[in-house]
Design a protein around this ligand. Structure first.
Ligand SMILES: Nc1ncnc2c1ncn2[C@@H]1O[C@H](COP(=O)(O)OP(=O)(O)OP(=O)(O)O)[C@@H](O)[C@H]1O
Length: 408
């Protein structure tokens, strides 16, 4: 639980019953609640992200996350439901759809690398979710297995005693975490954000005078996710580096050189390698676009033809008639405005997890404003030391072979 976040911040809310804490991120804690839909019976489980309203909260990021996320209504995107302030006004909360099977990284750890058709199943879902976000004008910029959540399909729930419920085909993948996303006119961001392992070369090279196309950068990250699912290791990495900083530097250099290979000990179909080569092309102008990925023979196996046009139809419908949002944009803006006004502090932020600190993967999440500030001071933001914010490397931090998640 993030520092200062009460055990049950919604305790005064009728109809909400606290279940358990789900985890802690850079900007708050996520809690599981059961919400009554009607007093007679039906209920739904929701994930509630709680963010302290003190100096730990960066309202630009929160506002960006909420506005990007709110408008995305798709089977492969976690649904945003509502934003509010706790009755004591000390915490912002964001109510979202709950994904009950954890994240893709944990799942990979539990199950080991996926077989090709299993990796394809998740990759297809990721691509459909991402393509939808792009068509709605939102680039994610932080795609990684930790931000891809899994939820049992409704059928799987009905067959509780049947077979392997943890089988990939019983799981739906949903993109979560739009904290680093950008919308519309900003879709050519000029900054580097995201987690190094999943960052495209042009993102590492970006600067105030060097913009990059966030769509192509997201496609690169999706390609890294596919590689990780197939081979249970990252394509760019130096596991033998003596320390985390050296490892990060080596990873960045490898990404910039754009050199990667598939482990010969794990054979995959030539079409699969062809797709990976198209996506992990260092030059974003020749990198596969969404339509190229969707038309690729490895990708389209098992898909009904209608699947390929589903997003275009959905986006057209949602543009003509906005989907039923739980909360109007005016209500969201008024919560954000109230949250930004001076109010009672929510308590000390001893989590040390401010901008620029270590992420799950032990790499730094680089936030644009900070990087631009670095450049204004003549520093190379590429060289920003993730430990310079006083956090230091997490105690006992050690990357596992390929799929690291540091203890918080
Ligand atoms: N909708 C959700 N359903 C189920 N679990 C969730 C949901 N949203 C977040 N979680 C879990 O809660 C934890 C914290 O999530 P959060 O989005 O705050 O941070 P993060 O993605 O881990 O980190 P960061 O925000 O620093 O990238 C994660 O372990 C995540 O898997």
């Amino acid at each position: 639980m993030a520092a200062g976040v009460p055990v049950n911040p919604l305790e005064k809310f009728p109809g909400y019953t606290f279940q358990k804490a789900l985890g802690t991120g850079a900007f708050g804690s996520v809690l599981l609640y059961r919400r009554e839909i009607s007093s007679a019976g039906p209920h739904e489980d929701v994930a509630v992200k709680v963010i302290a309203r003190d100096e730990c909260a960066d309202f630009n990021l929160v506002s960006r996350e909420v506005h990007s996320h709110r408008q995305l209504v798709h089977p492969h995107v976690i649904r945003f439901k509502r934003l509010g302030l706790t009755p004591d006004k000390r915490f912002l909360y964001m109510i979202m759809e709950y994904a009950d099977r954890g994240d893709l990284l944990e799942y990979l750890r539990r199950r080991g690398r996926f077989r090709e058709h299993e990796a394809r199943w998740f990759f297809q879902q990721l691509v459909f979710g991402l393509d939808y976000c792009h068509q709605r004008g939102v680039v994610n910029r932080d795609l990684k297995p930790e931000n891809l959540l899994l939820k049992r399909t409704p059928d799987a729930r009905q067959e509780l005693t049947q077979g392997d419920l943890e089988h990939p085909f019983n799981l739906h993948l949903k993109i979560a975490d739009f904290g680093l996303s950008k919308e519309g006119v900003h879709s050519m961001p000029k900054s580097r954000v995201g987690t190094v392992t999943y960052m495209a070369p042009e993102v590492l090279r970006a600067g105030p005078s060097r913009r990059y196309d966030g769509h192509k950068a997201d496609i690169w990250s999706a390609g890294i996710v596919l590689y990780v699912m197939l081979f249970a290791r990252a394509p760019f990495d130096d596991p033998l580096a003596t320390n985390d900083k050296a490892r990060r530097e080596a990873t960045m250099q490898q990404i910039l050189r754009g050199e990667w290979t598939a482990p010969p000990s794990i054979p995959v179909a030539p079409e699969c390698l062809d797709l990976l080569r198209g996506i992990l092309a260092a030059d974003p102008t020749v990198r596969f676009s969404m339509p190229q990925i969707m038309a690729h023979p490895w990708f389209s196996v098992g898909l009904p033809p209608a699947a390929l046009t589903m997003n275009t139809v959905l986006v057209r419908q949602q543009t003509a008639q906005p989907p039923p949002y739980e909360q109007s944009v005016e209500e969201v803006n008024s919560v954000l405005a109230e949250a930004q006004r001076k109010g009672p502090p929510a308590g000390a932020c001893d989590g040390g997890v401010g901008i620029g600190d270590m992420t799950d993967s032990g790499f730094m999440t680089m936030i644009e404003e900070e990087l631009e500030e670095e450049e204004r001071h003549g520093n190379n933001p590429y060289m920003v030391d993730p430990y310079s914010h006083g956090a230091g490397p997490p105690p006992g931090f050690q990357m596992q072979a390929a799929l690291p998640r540091a203890e918080r």
